[in-house]
Design a protein around this ligand. Structure first.
Ligand SMILES: [Zn+2]
Length: 255
């Protein structure tokens, strides 16, 4: 029997999703399934749990290979739920050419307001604004390695690594490739956040549909990450010699 909207919304409320709050969701639909009416059913359940005064936020990142148009450019690697979300009526999408987010609800316009190109997930970005608004972060069937709020913490901590990626943007009507610097690595190291949050009782865990779910406050997560990054600014990177190309690149970028 597939999970219906009521069952999923009940599980979300039970987990601690705050009615009327701001909720940033990273999800793998496959992990939540089976869901009545598929990813649209999951989106309705998220909306139902938040209520009309709540704001739902999801990543809508793109590959940067073509000129970004927030009305048409498909997401890349964000999952089917996020890909459907930005296409729904009443959902806004921010304009970062690689790191856009989609949002629906009272704070959507603020969250999707223009931002600097670099870094994509800094304080003046959708993720930064969710943090500013004291939003919650929900990981549905994914781990903290998918958690963009930890990139915000890296920026706030001033970590010394930065990798630039090419991204096509339109400048005066002409397609140009620009380099966008970000705190990029494989992100597996982000999973240590489970330990930090559990240690302080700041992560709610349960099941939504078939998926393991984690819920925390963006501010708790960022505060803990800042504590740990102050001791070891490279703690999110895989150790040297473990063969992680992305983390080796990040290490090589340290001045
Ligand atoms: Zn790595």
């Amino acid at each position: 029997m597939p999970f219906d909207e009521d069952a999923l919304a009940g599980a979300l409320r039970g987990l601690g999703v705050r009615e009327g709050g701001v909720l940033l969701v990273h999800t793998s639909f496959r992990a939540v399934a089976p869901v009545e009416d598929g990813p649209l059913g999951l989106l309705r359940a998220l909306r139902a749990a938040l209520g009309p005064e709540g704001t739902l936020v999801m990543p809508a990142m793109t590959d940067g290979a073509t000129i970004f148009d927030p009305r048409t450019t498909p997401t890349a690697g964000m999952g089917v739920t996020a890909e459907l979300f930005w296409r729904q009526p009443g959902v806004l999408r921010s304009t970062h050419p690689g790191g856009s987010f989609a949002a629906q609800g009272p704070h959507a316009a603020l969250i999707c307001a223009p931002q600097p190109l670099s870094p994509p997930h800094g304080p003046q970005s959708p993720v930064g604004r969710v943090h500013e608004l004291d939003g919650q972060v929900l990981l549905l069937g994914v781990t903290h390695s998918e958690n963009t709020t930890l990139h915000l913490a890296e920026v706030m901590a001033g970590v010394p690594y930065s990798v630039s990626h090419p991204c096509v943007v339109e400048v005066d009507g002409v397609a140009r490739t620009v380099l966008i610097a970000e705190t990029d690595h494989c992100c597996r190291g982000f999973r240590v956040a489970d330990e930090w949050l559990r240690g302080r009782g700041l992560q709610r865990e349960g099941r939504v549909g078939s998926a393991p779910a984690r819920l925390c406050h963006a501010r708790d997560l960022v505060a803990l990450a800042l504590e740990h990054l102050a001791v070891d600014p490279l703690l999110f990177l895989c150790p040297l010699g473990t063969g992680c190309e992305e983390c080796d690149l990040a290490r090589a970028s340290v001045p």
